[in-house]
Design a protein around this ligand. Sequence first.
Ligand SMILES: Cc1ncc(COP(=O)(O)O)c(C=O)c1O
Length: 383
Amino acid sequence: MATQLPGWKDKVLFTPGPLTTSRAVKQAMLRDLGSRDFEFIEAVRDIRQRLVELGGVSAEEYTAILMQGSGTFAIESVLSSTLPPDGKLLTIVNGAYGRRIVEIASVLKIDMAVLTYPEDSVPDLQEIEACLTADRAVTHVAVVHCETTTGIINPIAEIGALAKRFGRHYFVDAMSSFGAVPLNLAECGIDYLVSSANKCIEGVPGFGFVLAWRPALLGTEGYARSVSLNLLAQWVGLERDGQFRFTPPTHALLAFHQALLELEIEGGVEGRAARYQANHETLLAGMRTLGFECYLSPEQRGYIITSFRYPTHPNFIFETFYQHLNRRGYVIYPGKVSSVDCFRIGHIGRVFESDIMDLLAAIRETLAEMEISLSPTPTENLS
Ligand SMILES: Cc1ncc(COP(=O)(O)O)c(C=O)c1O
């Protein structure tokens, strides 16, 4: 049986998702709605409309398609449904999620070009331009917005401008940023954007979603390489009668609807961005005082998740550190950087500055317990 803390309070998740959600979001799932019921269909309609609005665009230009499964399923849906048989994908990679796009495309046997950058660097726009100039076969360009591997934010508007200049379709994996980093899909030239329910909109896992530029989507008839992940067919079904083709995650969708209402109350994307930014700044200042160092330089860092280098102290063992914090009710996240030992702390989900202060106090106690004393990190290494 899962252990519960006294008072039935769950541990606080400082992870990139699933995240800590509000009580009302969890309570929204205490209902059994039929998937063909008008009340459920109305919730789905409202969710789709709100998602388009969050992208800063109109429903005449863009449409939202909900796809069962985790975020990766929605990515796979776009890649398997929108490239023509003779299409070629240029993927820009600076982390594990960029590499995942490459993996999916290669399983799908999609012709590909890949530009790879170090995990602590943003892609080089001149190189992307040179690649698009040289390789006329490229039909689609793909990049991750917030590369959750490190927390780096990639320049999606600039890459989008290049893709448009060369007349290429543009796909953005905005899994861990959408809803908390202000963005206008049309201004960024995005044809397809993917995110999922359990990230910055603060719902629970169960589905991903695609925001698609209608003219691009409508031109993909016959391209799908999968039945269940067929993006156009899923859209046709949702448009026809508001229903999913196959069993939808009804409870997760009700939770997500509630999460969208809470996002609106918080002040929309800007309001959420302000809270996450405050969480991030409080965390960084506290971690600096405790002697931790960020993996990314200040100009590369986003406010979604932060990678911290392992301290060099001989007593630091990440698993022990993790377990101590876990016992205190705080869940942090292992690192994903390939070449450097790091751990990650997310600032997203239903967490506030007071939670960050509690986490910092728990980290201080944990360090004392592990007999680790560190000198505060010099200010220039952290913002
Ligand atoms: C940028 C990015 N892309 C893709 C994924 C994969 O999402 P999922 O684990 O929901 O399949 C994640 C998950 O954290 C992510 O952060």
